[in-house]
Design a protein around this ligand. Structure first.
Ligand code: AGP
Length: 609
């Protein structure tokens, strides 16, 4: 998700734009830029890297002008380079645009423009918008933008300025947030309120299909059909911190709640119903190349290692290929058997974890083909692997990984589907898997609607505990590990995850009335075994919280408390069973007054050994 800010008024724009971009730093980004119009035309300045790089370049060379637009980019299409940074300009270089979203038909529009003699300077979808408006421009920026928007499909929050109309800023919204800030004889546009609060709390929230035309005399809201729409002016009563978290109390909770959207974005464009397979073209592996691998090693750390374990169950169950999961920190120092017939998958939200990076380098050194499942575009791991899948989960700010985990599992499901369909999975089985994947975002949304039930359980069973056990079987054993990690890393309660059957080999000695035991117990192939494990715990006085499917009366009778989860394919249950456990750890940590977003001793990305 990118950050957008625009200004028109009596003050110099460049400094205001940079300050606005700084207020949006939390959105995460890898490049930034501004464009300003003054008597000498349009000045565009942009730079890859943190905002400080751009600020450094402008320090003694700030462009003058009282109308401008600014952008921080979270790259989705095209590496985070200076040419790909926004703003982008049209063929004439006199019209500039900034954009948050995805233009889905940019490829065909770009080819048509190139046939009409346009030359492009970037790999982005956004630059197509600038060239289209430039082509339609006949002296009226508003009309040219309206005409261009009729030609494109996809999602956008955008803003245009033109060297030939220094008194007009045109913005438009469809699918990405955009609002107008109403100041004292000055007006703003922005992707959220954070850059506005220091200037005004009066805002107009734009809706999809609407445009805003800002001039030095005022603003007007319209849509593509009518030239004026009346909209209420709202007063923002959030402080800056609340705005950055979209009104949620913590980034972690915001990111837990984003999972319907982040899962949708991870899957977007990969599900091929007709062939019953997944595109995953980023792997840079042909069908023939994929078929020649004899085994797969998945290497990662922490939560990413837990998603790797789930990948092992998926790949071996569906693709029938041997898989080993390795802690990156172990893999890099032992003498693993790896060669060109080994596919090594590195999983990393940050793309900067030192152990995972070193493990991937070691695998490459030994001749393995490497792919990465990474969230941060352009990160070191993303640049060093031979191919991969970007998670497109958006910036994950909370130290405890949540949406990245479920997106990693979804990405592993895509790879599994692609390989399985080359080996033994039928087209009908592939289509069934795709159908189940498509339903996941809504199923996750349904779980989030019942977050209050989880909060009550947190208060009743875990808040004052000193220990906890998480138990699961099969593909939900890694979910038990992940649930325990979530709890311990943000609430500081000692928690352990185990395969449920392992209880009798030692841990059952820990069971007493002070030991809450969380069972992950969907109605899958090993449900009856889990029931027996619950009975073993209950017989020793343990407190049992069970995640169960609707109508599971057998476990409802046994457990002290239950949380229902939606049905899905057995192999996809980790995506629905992990959500309540994320919420559980969140509510316990909040109740214990812990620093949820920045737990003690932890860093978001462990870039050292
Ligand atoms: C998980 O909640 C932790 N933040 C940590 O275990 C994390 O998953 C691990 O450090 C790996 O990080 P990465 O995915 O960025 O490589």
């Amino acid at each position: 998700m990118c950050g957008i800010v625009g200004y028109i008024g009596p003050r110099q724009a460049a400094g205001l734009l940079l300050e606005g971009l700084r207020r949006m730093e939390y959105r995460g980004y890898d490049s930034s830029g501004i464009a300003v119009v003054n008597g000498n035309g349009l000045k565009v300045r942009k730079a890859a890297g943190k905002l400080s790089v751009l600020e450094q370049e402008l320090q003694d060379d700030m462009p003058s002008g009282t109308i401008g637009i600014g952008h921080t980019r979270w790259a989705t299409h095209g590496a985070p380079t200076t040419p790909n940074a926004h703003p982008h300009t049209d063929q004439s270089g006199r019209i500039a645009v900034i954009h948050n979203g995805i233009i889905e038909n940019s490829g065909s529009v770009r080819r048509a423009l190139e046939l009409r003699g346009h030359t492009f300077k970037s790999e982005t979808d956004t630059e197509v918008l600038a060239h289209l408006v430039g082509e339609f421009y006949q002296g009226n920026l508003e009309e040219a933008v309206a005409m261009a928007l009729r030609e494109v499909e996809g999602a956008y929050g955008l803003a245009f300025i033109s060297a030939d109309e220094p008194g007009v800023l045109v913005a438009a919204r469809k699918g990405s947030p955009l609002l107008v800030g109403v100041g004292e004889q000055e007006w703003f546009v922005a992707s959220d309120a954070s850059p506005l609060l220091q200037h005004t709390r009066s805002v107009v929230y734009m809706d999809d299909g609407e445009m805003a035309v800002l001039t030095r005399e005022g603003y007007r809201i319209r849509n593509l059909e009518t030239t004026r729409i009346s909209k209420p002016v709202n007063q923002i009563d959030w402080d800056l911190a609340m705005v950055e978290r979209n009104g949620h109390p913590h980034f972690m909770f915001k990111e837990i709640c984003e999972q319907p959207e982040s899962l949708h974005n991870t899957l977007r464009g990969h599900l091929l119903e007709d062939e019953g397979t997944a595109r995953v073209s980023g792997l840079n592996l042909s069908d023939e190349e994929l078929k020649q691998f004899e085994r797969i090693i998945i290497t990662a750390c922490g939560t990413s290692w837990h998603s790797a374990l789930i990948g092992e169950y998926m790949l071996e169950e569906m693709a029938r290929i041997p898989v080993e999961v390795e802690y990156a920190s172990e893999f890099r120092y032992r003498n693993p058997v790896v060669d060109q017939r080994t596919l090594v998958i590195g999983i990393s939200q940050s793309g900067e974890t030192a152990d995972t990076l070193a493990a991937i380098r070691e695998a490459k050194r030994r001749g393995a083909r490497t792919v990465g499942l990474v969230n941060v575009v352009g990160s070191t791991i993303a640049r060093e692997v031979d191919g991969g899948i970007y998670l497109h989960a958006g910036p994950e700010v909370g130290v405890a990984s949540t949406k990245a985990f479920t997106s990693q599992v979804a990405a592993l499901a895509l790879i599994t589907l692609r390989i399985a369909r080359l080996r033994n999975l039928s087209i009908l089985q592939g289509r069934q898997f795709i159908q189940a994947l498509r339903l996941l975002p809504d199923k996750v949304a349904g779980i989030l609607e019942r977050a209050g039930e989880v909060e009550q359980l947190a208060e009743r069973f875990l808040r004052n505990s000193t220990n906890a056990l998480y138990l699961g079987r099969g593909v939900n054993f890694p979910v038990a590990l992940e649930g325990a990690l979530k709890l311990k890393e943000i609430s500081y309660i000692h928690a352990e995850g185990y395969p449920a059957a392992e209880m009798k080999h030692g841990p059952i000695a820990l069971i007493d009335e002070n030991m809450p035991v969380v069972f992950i117990a969907p109605r899958d192939a090993v449900h009856s075994k889990i029931v027996s494990n619950i009975e073993e715990v209950k017989a020793r006085g343990g407190k049992v919280i069970a995640l169960i499917n609707e109508g599971d009366k057998e476990i409802e009778r046994l457990a002290d408390a239950t949380l229902t989860i939606p049905d899905t394919l057995d192999l996809l249950t980790p995506i629905v069973t992990s959500i309540p456990l994320q919420l559980l750890s969140y509510y316990v940590a909040v109740a214990r007054g812990c620093n949820v977003d920045q737990p003690r001793n932890l860093a978001k990305s462990v870039t050292v050994e």
